[in-house]
Design a protein around this ligand. Structure first.
Ligand code: ADP
Ligand code: ZN
Ligand code: ZN
Length: 815
């Protein structure tokens, strides 16, 4: 028997191995340990296909061991991997690395153990006998240890001899370490008590066992066990918070007051959710009907609904429907960290029918969900970030892609550089499931697909509950500066609106898409700007830590006291970041409680939650932040939103800049006045008449589409072509330049004008490596041909000896 396998490596293709008969039959989707390359490198590979004939013309090495009795990857998952590798021009191994939870991916230690206690075989080769002896003493050896004992690079020959004799088995250490993590909780023992009984105990213990009493009282407090809404108490929390020892707790259990019980971590207590959904408005009802009808003919429907129109309720109905049919649901969110609110909302509705999955979860929890799904007892709904598309669904009925326009659905680094929205649609098709994409500001691609009839289209044009759309007020910064109507970065108009909101005890959100204090220090005499030593980019000053930082490589530098070129001490600061906005706010509104939300302040989950709680509970009056504040924040009392400098968004050198600028502004505007009173959005700009700002002011998503799509058509940009961006990197500029030139010429020979570049990007050196860009447009009409040509050309040019050291990053559908 032969198996074609995928190895967790960035090498193209699959690898075929022979399966020795004693390892038994193998099915696709199981992991096998295989040797690769010289030496004793071993990997766990996934079996892609099984065949009884050897591949032609190549010598196959044998599989070392079979790691799973049943598949850990399903056929449909493998099919998705194929599509991703093909579509994003990467290797199957790279997809495998992204897809499998780390604990299933083990390329680490494989262990050799004795197979049985019986008599050991004789007549073995010397090395095999030595290993056997060592195993007798030690029970377990890793392959590395075996190599050390034998003093050889490749211990597999000796090990294999032992395997053939049935004397040892190989096992993946990690294979056995996966076990669900159990958490111990404490509750009142059934006979332990009502309140009367408890008083009795309290009196008893007051004199005899004051420490146990303290423990019991802490338990009553934490568990609120005599209240309407008792809470579960973890054993460790109880012990930590009461300062009691495990023994004291054991005493209370022995006395029959308390008892302990276990449950798997991250598996909520039985809770079907509060169910009882609010009735849909007739707009929502209509949208739901449109979607259901469209699903009869189309796999995918776009739900285009203004901010706060109640899209979530529509999704919830679709979800209920699929669950009732016994099928699974995948609910994708762009950035899990920013969506705790949404998860809480879904949990309230669906209770323990929801599992959460994202790549920042601990390894074991991810593995845990994966294994539970394989075994068929995982919750039917998975709410996740982009990597959730890789989970082993067995009968997916619906995929919801919430905020489908969000660029964080695209993975930037490393490969596979996939777009989770697009691959979720592929996944849905593999299961015969339906997909609904929702957004107030859909991507050009999705709107195009909806208008051309490829997707269905449903719309919600009004906010739920007759809340008005926010009013947009534009402020001409040039004029305001001339009239000296500015206070730092704040126009008088913006200050007035914030003042009024604060007077009504309402909140404000301010958006400035740049973090740090000031991005540029410049010599007032010669124009010198401090730059990173390793990247061609100017450094950003962070005042709080009093350092200059490179936002490309994260290095930091002490701020200069004089010009690095002419030594003049006259340094000016240009531009502004969120930190500076925060500082100015403190001057203008000394009473207000100001918080900042950007990569620097919201690093950990807890820091972020503190900010969100502050907004929810009124502990924050003004929140300033980067694009993080545009995403899905839903708070009752935000009535003013300010965009401090719209031009920065509009002038970004990218063909998507206007689309993005519109989305960001419309989304952040959507944070204003979601519940009761209509909100106000103040947009400050130099170029205040910019047509995109007109469209933002009118909330005109369709107008934006018309304007933008004409431009895309004219220039042959997506959705009329598919883009593939090629980034070449090398330490020596001449090397990267010549590789880029060669690749460009070869590509142009086949694709002509569809190839743009090579160009020197605006930031032309990052982390000591020089960069060159090429952009290739793949024609929709000749997609397969163009892609194959691209792949072949890349392989050919980049494997030439003079270019082989140049690193190439292929980014298909860059965002
Ligand atoms: P979107 O996702 O479109 O921005 P949401 O789903 O957050 O909108 O809905 C906006 C607000 O309206 C939320 O507070 C939500 O609870 C409320 N809402 C939406 N639909 C209904 C409904 N049918 N009945 C009651 N409240 C609703
Ligand atoms: Zn100078
Ligand atoms: Zn740098």
């Amino acid at each position: 028997m032969y198996v074609e396998t995928i190895l967790p490596l960035a090498v193209p293709g699959t690898f075929t191995y022979a399966v020795p008969p004693e390892l038994g039959p193998v099915q696709p989707g199981v992991r096998v340990a295989v040797p690769m390359g010289r030496g004793r490198r071993m990997y766990s590979a996934i079996v892609r296909r099984v065949s009884d004939r050897p591949p032609e013309g190549v010598r196959t090495r044998p599989v070392i061991s079979v790691l799973d009795a049943t598949p850990v990857v399903t056929e449909r998952q493998l099919a998705l991997w194929d599509t991703i590798a093909d579509h994003y021009v990467c290797t199957l191994g790279e997809v495998m690395i992204a897809a499998l939870p780390g604990q299933l991916l083990l390329h680490s230690e494989t262990r050799i153990t004795l197979a049985h206690d019986g008599p050991l075989p004789g007549g073995l080769p010397v090395n095999a006998a030595i290993l056997l002896q060592a195993l007798g003493a030690q029970q377990v050896l890793t392959l590395d240890q075996a190599a050390g004992i034998l003093g050889v690079k490749d211990p597999m020959r000796a090990v294999k001899a032992l395997i053939e004799q049935g004397a040892v088995t190989l096992e993946e250490k990690l294979k056995n370490t996966w076990r669900p993590r159990m958490v111990t909780y404490v509750r009142l023992a059934p006979e332990g008590g009502d309140e009367g009984m408890m008083h009795h105990w309290f009196n008893e213990m007051e004199k005899k066992a004051p420490k146990q009493l303290a423990l019991l009282m802490r338990f009553v407090e934490l568990s609120r066990c005599f209240s309407e809404a008792p809470k579960e108490v973890e054993r460790t929390t109880l012990l930590n918070r009461s300062g009691a020892t495990a023994d004291m707790l054991r005493q209370l259990v022995k006395k029959g007051m308390l008892e302990t019980y276990e449950r798997e971590a991250d598996r909520p207590a039985e809770d079907p959710g509060s169910g009882a959904p609010p009735p849909l408005s007739h707009h929502q009802q209509a949208a739901l009907g449109t979607i259901q009808e469209a699903f009869n003919e189309k796999g995918t429907v776009l739900l285009q609904g203004v901010t706060s129109s109640g899209k979530t309720e529509v999704y919830a109905h679709l979800i209920e429907e699929r669950l009732a049919a016994g099928r699974q649901v995948l609910y994708l969110l762009p950035e899990i960290a920013l969506t705790t609110q949404m998860i809480a909302r879904l949990r309230k509705r669906f209770g323990d029918r929801i599992a959460v999955f994202h790549s920042r979860m601990p390894q074991r929890e991810r593995t845990d969900l994966w294994m539970r799904m394989l075994e068929g007892h995982a919750p039917p709904i998975v709410v996740g970030a982009r990597s959730a598309i890789f989970l082993p669904f067995h009968d997916l009925g619906l995929v919801v892609v919430d905020e489908e326009h969000d660029p964080s659905y695209k993975q930037h680094d490393p490969a596979p550089r996939y777009h989770a929205r697009d691959m979720a649609i592929v996944l849905a098709a593999l299961h015969g499931a339906r997909a609904v994409l929702g957004s107030a500001t859909p991507s050009m691609e999705s709107m195009f697909n909806a208008r051309s009839g490829k997707y269905g289209l449903a719309e919600l044009r009004e906010r739920h509950g007759q809340v008005a759309m926010p009013r947009i007020v534009r402020v001409d910064l040039r004029d305001a500066r001339k009239r000296k109507a500015m206070h730092g970065r704040f126009s008088r108009t913006l200050i007035e609106h914030i003042t009024e909101a604060l007077g009504r005890r309402e909140q404000a959100i301010l958006f400035q898409n740049r973090r740090g204090y000031v991005p540029v220090w410049q010599c007032g005499i010669c124009g010198w700007v401090p730059q990173c030593d390793h990247c061609d980019v100017s450094l950003t000053y962070h005042k709080q830590e009093h350092r200059l930082r490179c936002h490309y490589c994260a290095r930091h530098y002490p701020p200069p006291t004089a010009c690095g070129h002419c030594a003049s001490p006259r340094l000016r600061m240009l531009g502004f970041g969120t930190e500076k906005v925060e500082e100015e706010l403190a001057e203008i509104f000394p009473e207000a409680r100001v918080a900042r939300m950007d990569q620097d302040t919201a690093r950990g989950k807890q820091a972020l939650e503190r900010i969100l709680d502050g907004l929810a509970q009124g502990g924050i009056d003004i929140l300033v932040g980067t694009q993080m504040v545009t995403k899905g924040l839903d708070f009752d009392h935000v009535s003013v939103v300010g965009v401090l400098h719209a031009d920065r968004l509009l002038r970004f050198p990218d063909f998507r800049a206007h689309e993005r600028a519109f989305q960001l502004m419309a989304q952040v505007a959507g944070r204003a006045g979601r519940r009761s009173r209509p909100g106000t959005v103040v947009v400050q700009a130099d170029e205040v008449d910019h047509p995109v700002l007109d469209l933002v002011a009118r909330h005109d998503v369709n107008g934006m589409y018309e304007r933008e799509i004409a431009h895309r058509r004219g220039h042959g940009y997506p959705p009329f072509t598919r883009l593939v961006k090629l980034v070449l990197k090398h330490r020596h500029e001449d090397r990267v330049a010549s590789a880029a030139r060669a690749l460009g010429e070869e590509l142009k020979a086949g694709l002509g004008d569809l190839v743009l570049g090579p160009d020197i990007p605006p930031v032309s050196r990052v982390k000591d490596r020089h960069l060159r860009h090429l952009l290739v447009k793949l024609r929709r009409s000749a997609h397969a041909h163009d892609k194959a040509f691209l792949r072949d050309t890349i392989d050919r040019v980049m494997s030439m000896p003079e270019h082989s050291a140049v690193q190439l990053v292929v980014d298909a559908d860059p965002v």
